[in-house]
Design a protein around this ligand. Structure first.
Ligand code: DSN
Length: 432
């Protein structure tokens, strides 16, 4: 790393932008942009957010402390950020048809932590999808706060179909009498049937939380059924299919509003990140638009095209396909581990992550699956033909006699055809 040439004058520090003040960081950001431009991004939880959102994330509300909520802050000077947060709240409620929204969570984990904090006491029973069957760390993994603080039982998917086993959910709910049932996850490629979870929750008097972080953009666009009418709480991130800034938000019924708000502040967080909340407001505005609906529809079309070409190339998929943006390769019938397959894809310019498959005999660090998703490639303009070609490239990369340099060239050609952030250097430029 280069030594900083000069710290300049105080006046320079106050008026110059990143490239001038810290070329080391500016270079690294430019390199990261180049990496994003030149690789096919298939990590199902990632996306390329809008330039308008990037500008909001890099904006001056970052300077403002505003502990509390609009109209009830612990600091002066909050009149404008109150309007920003209120706008984000109203847009979130309208977009998802929710009674109440909290837009302050800094991340997805904080959303789930806050809901537990709002409706449970330490040690209370939760029923959630097992992490190794597609759930999430914060749904009760033993190595996570959720598994340490609550008594968690896990439901899984059927060994044959790969679909949520509702008989098991019902049986466990009856036996464990959970106070909260959690649906949704990070590696489940099919529709989350919140209505069926609601029936079971009602049978045992449990509250219901849906973590829709992965598919929130599909819900906003109406291409995945909304969990909101069926759930007491819905948590989400803004940066996956929803294509917003890295952060979270919570929707809930009005009767839980005060408990959720108090769980976030003063329960878990201090000053909210108002610049990110401004970006969330913009993300919700975009997600309510016709072009966003077309984008989310294309995510789905692309996921189907990717899945079909992978199957045509001889690969197995969990559940045989997808209803969402997410496709899970099941490598158990091949010689590949998830880790080796992830490395091979990386070698040819495709970024993805290894993932356990249900009933996996390998540890998560090795795993027998690779999780793929189409939000990011769709954002840079890939259509179904492009995604079919991506599927062919992946199948060829994992076949005997693969030619990695030739496949890397094909992947690079696709990226060149669909440029990402043309003309952008990777960060908003400051002009004094
Ligand atoms: N880490 C995210 C994912 O990859 O699904 C979820 O938090």
């Amino acid at each position: 790393m280069r030594r900083m040439a000069t710290t300049g004058t105080f006046e320079l520090l106050r008026t110059a932008g990143l490239a001038e003040i810290d070329p080391d960081v500016a270079d690294l950001i430019e390199r990261e942009l180049e990496r994003q431009r030149t690789h096919i991004e298939l990590i199902a939880s990632e996306n390329f957010t809008w330039p308008s959102v990037l500008e909001a994330v890099g904006s001056v509300p970052t300077n403002k402390y505003a502990e509390g909520y609009p109209g009830a802050r612990y600091y002066g000077g909050c009149e404008v950020v109150d309007e920003i947060e209120t706008l984000a709240i109203e847009r979130a409620k309208a977009l998802f048809g929710a009674e109440h929204a909290n837009v302050q969570p800094n991340a997805g984990s904080a959303t789930n932590m806050a809901v537990y904090h709002a409706c449970l006491e330490p040690g209370d029973p939760i029923l959630a999808m097992r992490l190794d069957h597609g759930g999430h760390l914060t749904h009760g993994s033993k190595v996570n706060f959720s598994g340490r603080n609550y008594t968690v039982s896990g439901y899984g998917v059927d060994r044959e179909t790969g679909l949520v086993d509702f008989d098991e959910v019902r049986r466990l709910a009856g036996e464990e009498r959970p106070k909260l049932i959690v649906c949704g996850g990070s590696a489940y490629p099919r529709v989350i049937e919140a209505d069926r979870f609601r029936e079971i929750a009602d049978e045992v008097g449990a509250l219901l939380l849906c973590d829709m972080a992965h598919f929130a953009g599909l819900v906003a666009a109406g291409v995945h059924p909304s969990p909101v009418p069926h759930c007491d709480f819905v948590t989400s991130t803004a940066h996956k299919t929803l294509a917003g800034p890295r952060s979270g938000f919570i929707l809930c019924r009005e009767k839980h509003a005060r408990a959720v708000d108090r769980a976030i502040f003063p329960g878990l967080q201090g000053g909210p990140l108002l610049h990110t909340i401004a970006a969330k407001a913009t993300c919700f505005r975009i997600a309510a638009s016709e072009p966003f609906r077309a984008y989310a529809t294309q995510i789905r079309t692309n996921a189907d095209a990717l899945a079909e070409s992978l199957v045509a190339g001889g690969l197995d998929l969990l559940t045989g396909g997808t209803d969402t943006h997410l496709v899970q390769l099941d490598l158990r019938r091949s010689d590949w581990t998830g880790k080796d397959a992830e490395d091979r894809l990386s070698e040819i310019g495709i970024t993805a992550n290894r993932n356990t498959v249900p009933y996996d005999e390998r540890p998560p660090t090795v795993a027998s699956g690779v999780r793929l998703g189409t939000p990011a490639v769709t954002m840079r303009g890939f259509d179904e033909d492009d995604c079919r070609e991506v599927g062919e490239i992946i199948a060829a990369a994992l076949a005997d006699g693969a030619d990695p340099p030739a496949l890397r060239a094909r992947a690079a050609a696709l990226c060149e055809r669909r440029p990402l952030y043309p003309g952008f250097r990777g960060f908003p430029a400051y002009e004094s």
